[in-house]
Design a protein around this ligand. Structure first.
Ligand code: GLY
Ligand code: MN
Ligand code: MN
Length: 489
């Protein structure tokens, strides 16, 4: 009887055969045109020059359009430059593209012709050889240029001086010293931050595919599994649920790797008694989900892991309560920080919720006092970020008064990472010596417990909606793991 029951449960838990999935409803051409016109309304008359992603220089790598470019046009060939002429709140323009030579087209496909591009994007297709003469002529006309640079992520924009776009614009400025060149990213980011119904629908599909992938991961996690085997199960589930694949490099970190925020090697064999952090997100119609679950490799949390887990879950709940339309994002961050700080003090990992330390990054503490609180040794990142075409997408609360706006879509992702090596970073000062003497036993006790819990949310005047639904309570995770293993309680 018991064997039969186990077999039945295992059958229930078996990976589903590939099911037909509803295709993504693409963003309509009219919406792209409206986005370009909205940019024109914000920037005033002038020219927009937006650089697309380059053809990868390594052989046989997949191509992914840059998010700013993708927001303005669905055009997805490499090495394209979009030029828009903005007049009276309307944008018209062209994509300039390198036409691959005839024989290479046999390898990479024959590109859409001008008529198809016009039909599909509302833009003229022109040869890249005509780009510089066209821009020279516009520069001579004395109109300002608004540039969208070819950086892969807003996170990297501040450091860029070397991209093709940056050097192209430098050349142009040298040739036209009076040319006014402005960064269009702030205006574009504000537009991208406000999600349309079509974008929200794609985000929901990305998140649903990611929930399914977390269910698949629970079947793949076990002592002896290599992290990338779990990654494979997750990414296979993305595709089975209609997604293109991962929207960012999947993080599957077990044991000590659970404490490295952006661990991506995924090559370690996991062991019983450890936890594994799985921070993953499907890309669906180009839109990124971002959901993290932390689960015990053996299926049951140890008391120490459960204690840390509950602090993180409580911090997430506290942030969710504070996340309301009109509320400052900083209030949600402070709510989560406070729960983590009190929890870590209770476990003896820090001297007190408000205790500070002498930080090796003291200069940065002027900008953010939390960085020099002891709790930030174990929670070094912020509370969350917008999601959209990029996994770190603009959200309206980034702007102006830093409050949450109706329609913001974002993550809430507190964590606690007990990495004993963090203590080695501390400068040798009297205050740090006292801190080390007090917390070392607790750090050893909780060592290598890394927990992050990340969900995706939509806030509206009706309240906060949790869009990701994968099990997240410690008990729910243990029960789900027991079910898929056919363990009868
Ligand atoms: N997956 C990256 C992040 O959570 O921000
Ligand atoms: Mn995230
Ligand atoms: Mn994440």
């Amino acid at each position: 009887m018991r064997r039969l029951l186990t077999a039945a449960l295992l059958a229930l838990a078996a990976p589903a055969a590939a099911q037909p999935v509803a295709p993504a409803v693409p963003v309509a051409l009219a919406e792209y045109q409206a986005r370009r016109d909205s940019l024109a309304a914000r920037l005033g008359d002038g020219v927009v020059v937006a650089f697309g992603a380059r053809e990868p220089v390594a052989i046989h790598q997949s191509f992914r359009q840059l998010p700013g470019f993708a927001y303005l046009t669905s055009f997805a060939e490499p090495d394209a430059v979009l030029v828009l002429r903005l007049r009276g709140g309307r944008a018209t323009g062209s994509v300039f593209v390198q036409v691959p030579d005839a024989r290479y087209q046999l390898y990479v496909g024959i590109p859409a012709d001008s008529a198809a591009v016009a039909r599909e994007t509302g833009l003229a297709r022109r040869d890249v050889a005509a780009l510089r003469p066209a821009l020279d002529s516009l520069a001579r006309a004395g109109v300002p240029f608004h540039v969208i640079r070819d950086v892969g992520s807003g996170d990297a924009a501040g450091r860029d001086t070397v991209t093709l776009g940056a050097s192209f614009v430098r050349d142009l400025q040298r040739a036209h010293p009076a040319l006014v060149v402005r960064d269009a990213a702030p205006a574009l980011d504000r537009l991208r931050a406000r999600k349309s119904p079509a974008e929200l629908a794609l985000l929901r599909r990305a998140i649903a595919a990611t929930d399914s992938a977390h269910a698949a991961a629970l079947r793949a996690v076990r002592p002896g599994a290599v992290e990338r085997q779990v990654q494979g199960a997750i990414e296979a589930a993305f595709v089975q649920h209609g997604a293109e694949g991962p929207s960012f490099a999947s993080i599957v970190g077990s044991g000590p790797n659970a404490t490295t925020l952006h661990y991506m090697r995924n090559d370690r064999t996991m062991r019983a008694g450890e936890v594994v952090v799985m921070d993953v997100g499907a890309s669906f119609g180009g839109y990124a989900a971002d959901v993290t679950r932390t689960v015990p490799v053996s299926g049951r949390f140890t008391p120490e892991q459960r204690a840390v887990y509950q602090i993180v879950r409580d911090a997430q709940t506290a942030a969710e309560r504070a996340a309301k339309v009109g509320a400052p994002w900083a209030a949600a961050q402070a709510a989560a920080d406070s729960v983590v700080a009190r929890g870590l003090a209770r476990l003896g990992l820090i001297e007190g919720p408000d205790a500070e330390f002498d930080a090796p990054w003291a200069a940065q503490c002027a900008a953010s006092a939390r960085l020099c609180k002891q709790f930030a040794l174990f929670l070094p990142h912020g509370l969350g970020h917008g999601i959209g075409l990029e996994v770190h997408d603009p959200a309206m609360y980034y702007y102006d008064d830093r409050t949450l706006r109706d329609g913001d879509v974002f993550t809430i992702e507190p964590g606690v990472y007990v990495n004993p090596d963090v203590l080695k970073l501390l400068p040798d000062t009297p205050r740090n010596r006292a801190l080390l003497a007090r917390v070392r036993p607790a750090v050893e006790r909780y060592a290598n417990t890394g927990v992050r819990i990340e969900d995706d949310f939509l806030v509206t005047t009706r309240g906060l909606e949790r869009l990701s639904r994968a099990p997240r309570e410690a008990d729910e995770i243990e029960a789900a793991m027991a079910r898929v293993r056919g363990v009868v309680p």
